[in-house]
Design a protein. Structure first.
Length: 527
């Protein structure tokens, strides 16, 4: 028993260290060494044993990283615990697949099954995590580098995937250096050179803030309405009135072109005379266009939508969310397994939209993303190709209180700004709200709005966590979009990932197994 636990220590250590690389601790440099204990241990294991150790590491990592999902116990009861554990098991199985195949090739053909192959397999399974069964790519290792502005810039070259690739490759080289590899010195020097080159290229890609000429000015509302208030019909008009009051107050302090409200802020009937009159008054008194999230009932179908209202009060555009959140907005496979609906309660049965949409506003093109959709690089990159001038993410994480879901989601949105080289407006109900420039630099909302129409400056030295679950507003000059290097890479990268991984796997399995060097001594395997 003790031997089995002791053998699993490196895998457990890797899972713990990787979780520390993400917010709230955000010790991003650890990512470049966190996999080393696991890889060092796996070098003497059979492929099946290596897969098991990778599974343990992945399970520990995801349980710690996604602990915020347990907050759903308040809404779904004990099913939230079961759901979180099952999700972590599924995500860990992807790790087991990558680790087992890598160790198989490493055993058969060491020249093929090296760190480069592991890195290729890793980004293949991360891409699969982000696409299979609607996808949940929250845990990609590249998201750990949000507070490293130089490594972060690689996202503009090859999305978050290339950052994960570099992280795994450095870990693999370091593991070789301490794993009694015959070329340990070469592996160690290669890791250091790769780290230096990664930061050096990132330094060259990171440009200083541009001097703005006649910029578009946007206002952002962090409404901070609890779910109980949003769902209570008694408060549905009151939340709208409050948001209107804060927005008009902000417009009196700054000349705003566009005001952005969070996801599903309006749950009242948009077509009711009372709601329509208040929205009309808001945009006319504020002299701005309004982009706001709303729940819409259209021909008996519910949509999670975003509405653009121009300065005259006309509805200038609507976008319906395409990528719905599983178990929050729909139950996966419910049409084939009807009993799942009774086992796993969902808040609503939302109908997905059909396509991305660009919304023109004040001479600029707005690319909308609603909450869960910020997880999908192809979607934001398509908005860039459709000529979006900026992205706007509206979200509602009130489900998860003050948990790490909030800063983790912010880092994922930061990556979308860097990948597309577009400024990104981030409006979250409970935080953290603000604006990213195309290089990932963030400016948070800075005015407290918890005293009627009065606004008070927030201390600039406060940590971002202090802005969570507070009612805040802010006005920002929006940076222009920046050139996107190697733009075509974003389009073929997923197919390139799978092609390289498949070619390496085929070569490792089809070529004859390498003979061990004459000096190699057989060692008993340790499980």
């Amino acid at each position: 028993m003790w031997g089995s636990i002791k053998n699993a220590v490196p895998a457990i250590l890797t899972g713990v260290l990787l979780s520390f690389c993400f917010p709230r601790f955000h010790l991003s440099p650890l990512a470049f060494v966190a996999l080393v204990p696991l890889l060092w241990r796996a070098r003497t294991l059979s492929p099946l044993e290596a897969a098991l150790h990778f599974f343990v590491a992945g399970f520990v990592f995801h349980v710690l990283l996604l602990q915020w999902l347990l907050a759903n116990i308040m809404w779904a009861g004990g099913w939230a615990v079961l759901g979180q554990q099952l999700l972590c098991i599924v995500l860990a199985l992807f790790w087991a697949l990558a680790g087992g195949l890598w160790r198989l090739l490493n055993e058969r053909r060491p020249a093929i099954g090296g760190p480069w192959t592991l890195a290729a397999f890793w980004i293949a399974i991360e891409h699969a995590q982000s696409t299979v069964f609607t996808g949940f790519g929250w845990s990609a290792l590249g998201y750990s580098q949000g507070n490293n502005p130089y490594v972060l810039q690689w996202g503009a070259i090859g999305t978050v995937a290339i950052i994960s690739f570099l992280i795994v490759l450095v870990n693999g080289l370091l593991a070789n250096a301490i794993g009694q590899d015959r070329r340990a010195a070469i592996s160690f020097v290669s890791a250091i050179v790769l780290l230096a080159a990664t930061h050096g290229v990132g330094y060259l890609l990171l440009k200083p803030p541009q001097e703005l000429v006649d910029p578009m000015r946007v206002g952002v509302l962090q409404s901070n309405f609890s779910l109980e208030m949003k769902w209570d019909r008694e408060y549905r008009f009151e939340t709208l009135r409050n948001a209107s009051e804060k927005s008009i107050a902000l417009a009196r302090t700054a000349d705003i072109d566009l005001m952005v409200w969070p996801e599903a802020l309006i749950l009242a009937d948009l077509n009711s005379p009372e709601v329509d009159a208040l929205l009309q008054r808001t945009v006319r008194e504020g002299a701005f266009s309004l982009f706001e999230g709303a729940g819409i009932l259209d021909n008996t179908r519910d949509y999670n939508s975003a509405i653009l209202i121009d300065e005259t009060g006309n509805r200038a555009g609507r976008y319906d969310k395409i990528h719905l959140a599983p178990f929050g907005e729909y139950v996966p496979l419910s049409e084939y397994l009807p009993f799942v609906n009774s086992l796993v309660p969902t808040i609503g049965n939302i109908t997905p939209g059909t396509d991305v949409r660009i919304l023109p506003v004040d001479g600029h093109n707005l690319g909308p993303l609603i909450c869960f959709e910020m997880l999908f690089p192809p979607m934001s990159n398509r908005l860039r190709r459709e000529n979006a001038d900026f992205l706007t993410v509206i979200t509602n994480l009130a489900w998860f209180g003050r948990s790490t879901a909030i800063p983790q989601e912010l880092e994922i949105s930061r990556m979308r700004a860097v990948e597309t080289r577009l400024p990104l407006i981030h409006a979250a109900n409970t935080g953290i709200s603000g604006v990213f420039d195309p290089y990932g630099r963030f400016r948070p909302v800075e005015l407290l709005a918890e005293d009627g129409p009065n606004l008070y400056p927030v201390r600039r030295d406060l940590p971002l966590d202090a802005l969570v679950m507070a009612r805040l507003v802010g006005a920002f000059d929006l940076a222009p979009k920046a050139p996107q290097p190697l733009i075509e890479v974003h389009r073929w990268l997923p197919w390139g990932i799978y092609s390289v991984a498949a070619a390496l796997l085929a070569a490792g399995l089809l070529l004859p197994q390498s003979a061990p060097p004459p000096s190699a001594k057989k060692r008993p395997r340790r499980g």
